[in-house]
Ligand binder design. Structure first.
Ligand SMILES: Cc1cc2nc3c(=O)[nH]c(=O)nc-3n(C[C@H](O)[C@H](O)[C@H](O)COP(=O)(O)O)c2cc1C
Length: 549
């Protein structure tokens, strides 16, 4: 099998069908539930401050380029970066069960994403560039390795002063424990949510954050110490996902995303340094899912690929509104929550609906400015309860250049009308007027939340062609983009005083059938819903950290 055929076949076999779900264990093996927190036992720990009060910034402004003055890079501002991206935000309790929730959401709250940061110098490791693992459970950094100044200079050559690196990985076993073969998809969605959370948190610090397109997956593995196979339990390996460069210096924006590939000898030196800490064991027993190992291997970013970021056809849209709502971005980020049920009756105004949807349009501003590939995802919206907008199926074309392609691929009978009251040039089209609550519920694995809100949606990705064009590795990027859109929808819903939920469980091909999509030119990759939540008052809420809030 080639990497491409592995990806197409993995995607096909992990579809949910009305009469058959993707393969999983089929029951919950509670005795082996993975620990959601990775710890490097024996590594030095640095507690990050919990009682910091960074200056407020109006929520809407996080989507503007350079909205905040750049903070100095030190342990305090790095604490802020993580506190508003990947930290805990609450503990919940129901009876004897207690579980943590975080800034970033996660399929099944299983949290496969792990984060690392490479800093040049900090108060705890002065003068010695150090790689740390971030532990959300305690909001602390664990030292994994310290590098020489020569290694640092080599890695960061051509980068503006003050820059540093953040790396992310997935412990795929955490998702596979519950979801079996489909778990690889969910890890990639979660990655996208984490990227958006980090990008927006960096914006609060006044920093740029760009995903790096020049390092292979093997390079990332070496830098993060994830290729040290003898240290990790093979079933609990951390799949290296991506590297991001954070640039506090606005003058550095010109070289954005152009972190040079590492030199082979630098990678060799990194492998030779002293590494600290032993990864904790997450489960007693494991179940193997060989197709996940295969798709992970097939989608690793190869050494020889250097994506030409200059040629990306990014399409820029105006920002949705000129004015900023008077609410602190950090408050919205920390209160983000998934709704468990929606009320099935409230409506939303057309303006608020358009504002939420417009926020997902890409532009040269956070979070989209973190990406190095062209927009590939469009939104098929099931509108249920929006005042002034007829219930029905709509399409938001996030790259207007792809409208004709979508039109050709979808049902011939679709109207493609601009709905009344929608500003001219806004790429939203009515496909068919209809009450689609039952269809939306059925397509999202019969989940009521898909029918009981203002609207729900399927993220329709350009699929076969971009994967063929860029390479099998691009399969991951499609899900990352979907997760980034999801994170924006979560925050927009909170800012509008309502709530949303990501929906990873949906019936793939029935969604395609509704849209008239017959092959894998387009595929639905993620669903979402937005509406007025019903609270579950049986759940108790406790603060995220012992001495915070
Ligand atoms: C990729 C992804 C898929 C999800 N799929 C579903 C779903 O199908 N149904 C659902 O009710 N919640 C779904 N969720 C919501 C998670 O259950 C939720 O994020 C998690 O329980 C943590 O809660 P929080 O979002 O409030 O932090 C999904 C979340 C993500 C990120």
């Amino acid at each position: 099998m080639t990497p491409l055929s592995t990806v197409y076949s993995y995607h096909q076999r992990t579809k949910h069908h009305f009469d058959r779900s993707a393969r999983s264990l089929g029951y919950m093996d509670w005795a082996n539930q993975p620990n959601p927190f990775r710890n490097y036992l024996g590594a030095n720990e640095t507690q990050l401050e919990l009682d910091r009060e960074p200056p407020p910034l109006a929520y809407d402004r996080i989507y503007e380029p350079n909205a905040a003055p750049p903070a100095t890079v030190d342990l305090g501002s790095v604490a802020d970066l993580f506190r508003y991206s990947l930290a805990l935000t609450a503990w919940k309790q129901a009876g004897a069960s207690r579980w943590a929730l975080r800034v970033n959401p996660s399929s099944g709250n299983l949290h496969p994403t792990e984060a690392y940061v490479l800093l040049e110098s900090t108060a705890c490791e002065e003068g010695s560039p150090t790689l740390y693992h971030y532990v959300s459970e305690t909001h602390c950094l664990q030292r994994r390795a310290s590098f020489s100044q020569e290694i640092w200079n080599s890695l960061m050559r051509d980068m503006p002063a003050g820059s540093f690196l953040v790396g992310l990985s997935s412990v795929i076993w955490r998702e596979a424990w519950k979801y079996g073969e489909r778990a690889f998809r969910y890890c990639q969605h979660d990655m996208g949510h984490a990227v958006a959370a980090l990008r927006l948190s960096a914006a609060l610090c006044g920093w740029q954050l760009k995903l790096v397109s020049t390092w292979s997956t093997d390079h990332v593995a070496a830098l993060l110490g994830l290729d040290r196979q003898e240290e990790f339990l093979v079933e609990e390996w951390e799949e290296p996902e991506l590297l991001a460069v954070v640039m506090p210096n606005p003058a550095g924006v010109k070289v954005a995303g152009k972190l040079p590939p590492p030199l082979d000898e630098t990678i060799e030196e990194i492998r030779e340094v002293q590494w600290y800490g032993q990864p904790n064991r997450l489960s007693r027993e494991h179940v193997a899912w060989p197709v996940i190992d295969e798709v992970a291997a097939a989608t690793r970013f190869p050494q020889e690929v250097l994506l030409d970021t200059a040629s990306r056809e990014l399409v820029y849209h105006r920002q949705s509104s000129g004015s900023s709502r008077d609410v602190d971005a950090r408050k919205i980020i920390h209160q983000r929550r998934s709704c468990l049920a929606l009320d099935g009756r409230s409506t939303v105004s057309r303006d608020v609906f358009l504002q939420i949807v417009a926020r997902t349009l890409p532009g040269p501003h956070p979070p989209w400015d973190a990406l190095y590939w062209p927009t590939t995802i469009h939104l098929a919206l099931f509108v249920h309860r929006v005042d002034g907008v007829a219930p029905g199926l709509y399409l938001l074309v996030r790259n207007p250049g792809k409208k004709d392609l979508l039109k050709q691929a979808m049902r011939e009978t679709f109207a493609w009308q601009t709905p009344s009251g929608v500003p001219s040039g806004f790429p939203l089209y009515l496909l068919i007027e209809s009450d689609c609550r039952n269809a939306a519920r059925a397509l999202s694995c019969h989940q009521d939340i898909a029918a009981d809100g203002f609207f729900s949606l399927g993220m329709i990705a350009e699929f076969a062609e971009p994967i063929r064009q860029h390479g099998a590795w691009f399969y991951r990027n499609l899900f990352w983009e979907a997760g980034i859109i999801g994170q924006v929808l979560y925050l927009e819903a909170e800012a509008a005083g309502v709530r949303s939920t990501g929906i990873g469980c949906y019936f793939d091909d029935p969604v395609h059938e509704v849209l008239g999509l017959v092959d894998n030119q387009f595929q639905s990759l993620y669903h979402f819903t937005v509406g007025v939540p019903l609270e579950d008052h049986r759940l108790q809420t406790q603060p995220p950290y012992f001495d915070a809030e």
